[in-house]
Design a protein. Structure first.
Length: 351
């Protein structure tokens, strides 16, 4: 092995080692780093307009963009979180005191079942309804205890959460101000053709913007509609259930139905016919329509990915990365499709 080859391989090894070490150092703050970059990409068009209006004063434009982000996103989110905590605490206290008993609700459903259905359940060894009631009641209590413990952990880790948000905002400022320079240096370091690099970076930013904006808009609309119909029908904790539906709406097609469908069945079986019919119709025709109409327009259209790819990549991403996965999953899927499209086009014979 010649001296230049040894030098090059040693340098590459050193480059890999220090890169992995740097990534390891950043790992505790990967959430703040990730969302700082995502929010910077989302608000970059606003920053560019402010930069022109403020005569290329990059620091002032970046700080103004941060203030807009705080006003538009952080402050409303803080108000909703405070109201949600208050309502969730009230529901938990009702469950502990027994005034809110899911076992009683289940018993009402059992009493409303026709005899032929009970006989059918018994034929498949599902007739021990008392045991099912006991298990579901225990699951409800454990679920409420888990929610309460998580709420307590959030309260205890408020300082850590504030530090994480602070780091995210700090990084967002520099990503906005120096984003073009950082992107140019990354492009220069990647050993690909200029056309391929431009295509990958364009796909990356497009998918992030479409996924985040589309999913957040769908989540807000579906959560608001779900909470509104629950409030109208007198369901306890409409804000809590609205937030739950907003989070579950990240799962396309089936998310919000996991909440409103069981409630609609309960209404129908316990004799509250008009409430059950209203909730079913509203869930299918209004809440479901939002998912079927808005999501393909806001997510699938810009990402240029089929709905089933968006669904599978979102589920897989959330399974691996938690809440961050609803962005990471579709981004990886989009880059996968883009890479194979470029590979296929390069392999096509020239005429």
């Amino acid at each position: 092995m010649t001296h230049p080859e040894l030098h090059e391989k040693t340098f590459l090894l050193l480059l890999v080692v220090v890169t992995l070490a740097f990534g390891w150092i950043l790992l505790p703050f990967y959430g703040a780093l990730f969302w700082g970059a995502v929010v910077a990409i989302l608000f970059e068009p606003i920053y560019r307009k402010l930069l022109v209006a403020m005569r290329q004063r990059r620091n002032l434009a970046a700080i103004t963009t941060l203030l807009l982000f705080l006003i538009i996103v952080i402050f409303p989110l803080a108000l909703i979180t405070a109201a949600l905590g208050k309502e969730a605490t009230a529901i938990y206290q009702q469950m502990r005191s027994g005034s809110l008993d899911f076992g009683a609700y289940l018993q009402q459903v059992i009493n409303a079942l026709p005899s032929w259905l009970i006989g059918l359940l018994e034929r498949f060894d599902l007739g021990d309804l008392a045991s099912i009631q006991k298990k579901l009641s225990a699951a409800a209590v454990e679920g409420s205890q888990f929610i309460a413990s998580q709420a307590l952990n959030v309260g205890q880790n408020t300082f850590g959460f504030i530090v994480g948000v602070g780091i995210m905002l700090y990084l967002m400022f520099f990503f906005l101000r120096d984003g073009r320079t950082l992107t140019a240096r990354i492009k220069q370091a990647i050993p690909l053709s200029t056309e391929h690099k431009r295509y990958f970076f364009l796909k990356f930013t497009t998918v992030i913007r479409a996924t985040v904006k589309g999913n957040i808009v769908v989540a807000i609309v579906q959560g608001a509609l779900g909470g509104l119909i629950f409030w109208f029908l007198g369901v306890q904790g409409p804000l809590v259930w609205g937030v739950v539906m907003a989070f579950l709406s990240l799962l396309p097609a089936v998310g919000t139905a996991m909440v409103w469908a069981p409630v609609a069945v309960y209404f129908l079986l316990t004799g509250s016919i008009w409430q059950g019919v209203t909730l079913t119709a509203f869930g299918v025709l209004v809440i479901g329509l939002v998912d079927n109409v808005l999501r393909p327009i806001l997510v699938g259209k810009d990402t240029q990915m089929p709905d089933y790819v968006v669904l599978v990549s979102t589920l897989g991403g959330m399974a691996l990365f938690g809440l961050h996965g609803f962005v990471i999953g579709p981004v990886i899927a989009a880059l996968f499709i883009a890479a194979w499209d470029l590979f296929s086009s390069d392999k096509e014979p020239t005429p």
